[in-house]
Design a protein. Structure first.
Length: 379
């Protein structure tokens, strides 16, 4: 291809991308034809928002609806839920089942799906993760097939009448998320991306079970051999979301299991209160400073004292320092039981989050047991 042809090709791609993202500058009819062209190349505006150019997404043409991967998995619709952009529903022609398939394009390949497949195998007995089905490569595209889950917590929250969960529901969510993180940490990993988009409810008989959606940011920090802990990386890159990441992530510190729990507490406060002290702050450093300096009472409001006490304790933990997950789960369970919070989450019901009508006022939680996570032997 000559340089002139390359410039023309690049210009056409830029026009297509701009037309898809800046509706006001394109006539409706012209925009319709551009979208038809994009669909022919299996491009969506959601995907383009991540990868920016059509050239990088041309490989998606190999995954047009109806293609069969590895002679077994028939590609279906694009799944928009969760934080991983390239995920599809597939039909298993061998076992007549429906699964989810994540794909990595050649230019994206960072072995993240290989890593996720490895983690899912390690966590095969954990009820709070999808079950591994198959990992492989097809036409140069890496793919991972796993069991499907339902909507993530952010999607469920958007359906709500007031966009907030009641306190009892938040505590039950926190219990299951803490159980999931306990399994991840026990396997030697840190999730590093605790946020509502990364937790989803199950389907059918598992609709009351919360599962981790994605392990793309997960990091192995401990090996089984003599319980060896990897030395932390200096000037680590930021992981997670600005809203929910631990304050340590803002200072270039490698994250440890206790940072996942700190993020979990931020997530619980956000789901219940509807905001955090830094929700409307844009400056990255300012957000980190607010997370580091804000008092627990300011962050968690009228949430149970046990959460505030555990948060204060975890803030003093250092990299690789272990703690007792069961104590955290026990205290959250006690707080939920005091409120008579239903053990069934009912998150698939449309009115699950209407008003914060708990059965007992939060003040009754003040007398709850005020333990903090005890340090285990540091590694």
């Amino acid at each position: 291809m000559s340089s002139a042809q390359q410039l023309m090709h690049k210009a056409k791609n830029e026009i297509l991308y701009n037309a898809l993202n800046f509706d006001s500058i394109v006539l409706a009819v012209f925009r319709f034809h551009l979208r038809e062209l994009a669909l022919q190349r299996s491009v969506t505006t959601e995907v383009m928002s991540v990868d920016k150019t059509v050239d990088r997404l041309i490989d998606l043409g190999r995954l047009i609806d109806g293609n069969i991967v590895a002679g077994r998995f028939q590609i279906g619709k694009h799944i928009y839920s969760g934080i991983y952009p390239l995920k599809f529903q597939v039909n298993d022609n061998e076992q007549s089942g429906k699964y989810a398939m994540k794909v990595d394009l050649p230019h994206q390949r960072r072995n993240r799906l290989y890593k996720e497949a490895f983690i899912l195998k390690r966590l095969s007995d954990c009820p709070h993760v999808s079950k591994y089905v198959e990992y492989g490569s097809y036409s140069g595209i890496d793919y991972l097939v796993l069991t499907m889950v339902g909507p993530d917590l952010t999607t469920i929250r958007k359906r709500a009448m007031d966009r907030n969960f009641d306190l009892g529901t938040v505590l039950r969510i926190g219990i299951q998320c803490a159980e999931a993180l306990s399994a991840v940490h026990e396997a030697g990993f840190v999730l590093r991306d605790v946020r509502p988009e990364n937790f989803a409810i199950g389907l059918h008989q598992d609709k009351d079970v919360i599962s981790i959606v994605d392990f793309g940011a997960a990091l192995q920090i401990r090996f089984d051999v003599n319980n060896f802990t990897i030395r932390p990386e200096m000037n680590a890159s930021f992981c997670g979301s600005r809203l929910h990441a631990s304050f340590n992530a803002h200072y270039g510190l490698e994250l440890s299991p206790h940072d996942d729990i700190i993020s979990l507490f931020y997530m619980m406060a956000d789901l219940y209160l509807g905001k955090l002290p830094w929700t409307n702050v844009e400056d990255f450093k300012k957000i980190g400073e607010l997370k580091r300096t804000c008092k627990a009472d300011v962050i968690f409001g009228d949430m149970p004292d046990c959460i505030k006490n555990m948060y204060r304790a975890l803030k003093r933990f250092t990299y690789g320092e272990l703690f007792n997950h069961s104590e955290i789960i026990e205290q959250l369970t006690q707080a939920a039981d005091i409120l008579n919070a239903p053990k069934s989450l009912r998150l698939d019901e449309p009115d699950v989050t209407c008003l914060k009508n708990v059965s007992m006022h939060t003040a009754s939680l003040r007398s709850a047991k005020k333990n903090v996570p005890r340090r285990s032997k540091s590694v």
